[in-house]
Design a binder for this molecule. Sequence first.
Ligand code: NI
Length: 201
Amino acid sequence: MGNRTIKTIAIAAAISVAVAVVVAMQLLPRERGGGGALIGGPFTLVDQHGRTRGNADFRGEFTLIYFGYTYCPDVCPTALHQMTLALDELGGKAKAIRPIFITVDPERDTVARLKEYAANFHPRLVALTGDIEAVKQAAKAYRVYFAKAKGSDAGKGAGKDYLMDHTSIIYLMDRDGRYLAHFNHQTDPSKMAAQIRDRLR
Ligand code: NI
């Protein structure tokens, strides 16, 4: 093969990759986020009162969505606490916002466990669990990674004492379930509140 042939093949390969990316992007549902951020999508889970709740139930409300697990020693409770403080700061406007916690550890985070845990945070908080496939689907929609941490009891069988590795992002979604912004557990609650207030206008 001459140099020119190799160049032609390389260019053709680059073009087909580009075409594949464009096609793949168009196949993704448009409701997944404004501004090109492909975040959000359908889920069906169960809340801390045992009621089935789907993404459509939150249409008309802004949502603050966080994935984590109740046995998380630090990051998850901090994130949920910051969300609570931000909503407290919004006062009456917090009524337009629905904070949602979705467990990535349905094995231990039962409905009863979530009910107890949610009581530590904002009264509007909806805590969701479900079977592992339903949780995986929700996590995938929000580009959230999770897995049992290596070195904990994962893999040893019946062990219940393990940590979870997981993406820790607080998503702000609009009334139609479209992505608006994101925060993390280190975001100052006043800044979170200010950004939410801006979007509510
Ligand atoms: Ni955590």
